[in-house]
Design a protein around this ligand. Structure first.
Ligand code: DX5
Ligand code: ZN
Length: 211
């Protein structure tokens, strides 16, 4: 079954607790928590205090934390303590290998993310240590962008390279293109705008689970 991980980046910043409840009650599999440092990407988003508060409100939600930071290593322990279940760092960031090692030491699922221009081959040396690969289908930093279709072949490439765990895609995903991604071997869909700005978010979750 294809999983849905709605991104709170697209939720009303004044009502993030309600956004969490919506994700949970509509049966979303995870909550996608985009962390941005205004350096790796030209935007600034949420910190560990918000994640801790969400974990307290909904301890049994799966927190899918996406670090878009130039120096993520110093925040691996911080987001572990705040409640991350899956912690994803960019292969393009500093200390990538040390981050993956530390994420696994702390017992979280380890994810690696690739910007659109970074080829799947860049992850070859670490595939055996990864629980998940997150393919950015937009330039990271902002929600509401258009999906970049030329990223999709990376999913097949990862399978050819022997990666059998979860492939997640993030950016510009909605009802109109989600089947294309699922058919490309992508198991987890991040939806920000398409979920939190939907007329019927529950219907979006049902449609993803019916793929
Ligand atoms: C980009 C962000 C967005 C967000 C989803 O850095 O990671 O991709 O999660 O945005 P939508 O679904 O609104 O394109
Ligand atoms: Zn993300």
């Amino acid at each position: 079954m294809t999983k849905l991980s709605p991104s709170i980046l697209a939720a009303d910043p004044l009502r993030l607790g309600d956004a969490l409840t919506l994700a949970y009650t509509t049966g979303c599999d995870e909550l996608h928590f985009d962390v941005m440092d205004a350096h790796f990407v030209p935007n600034l988003s949420f910190g560990p205090a918000l994640l801790s508060a969400m974990k307290k409100q909904q301890p049994d939600m799966v927190y899918d934390v996406h670090l878009m930071l130039s120096d993520p290593l110093q925040y691996v322990d911080v987001f572990a303590q705040a409640g991350a279940n899956i912690l994803t760092v960019h292969q393009e960031a500093n200390d990538f290998e040390a981050c993956i090692r530390r994420i696994r030491e702390l017992g979280m699922q380890a994810g690696a993310s690739l910007k659109p221009a970074t080829p799947a081959q860049a992850l070859q040396p670490w595939l055996a240590q990864l629980d998940r690969v997150l393919l950015m289908t937009v330039e990271p930093g902002f929600g509401g962008q258009k999906l970049m279709l030329d990223v999709l072949p990376k999913a097949q490439k990862l399978r050819q390279m022997g990666f059998a765990d979860e492939i997640e895609a993030d950016g510009g995903i909605g009802l109109s293109n989600m089947k294309l991604l699922a058919d490309s071997g992508i198991n987890v869909l991040v939806m920000g705008t398409a979920f939190f700005k939907a007329e019927n978010p529950a219907g979006v979750a049902q449609a993803v689970h019916a793929l």
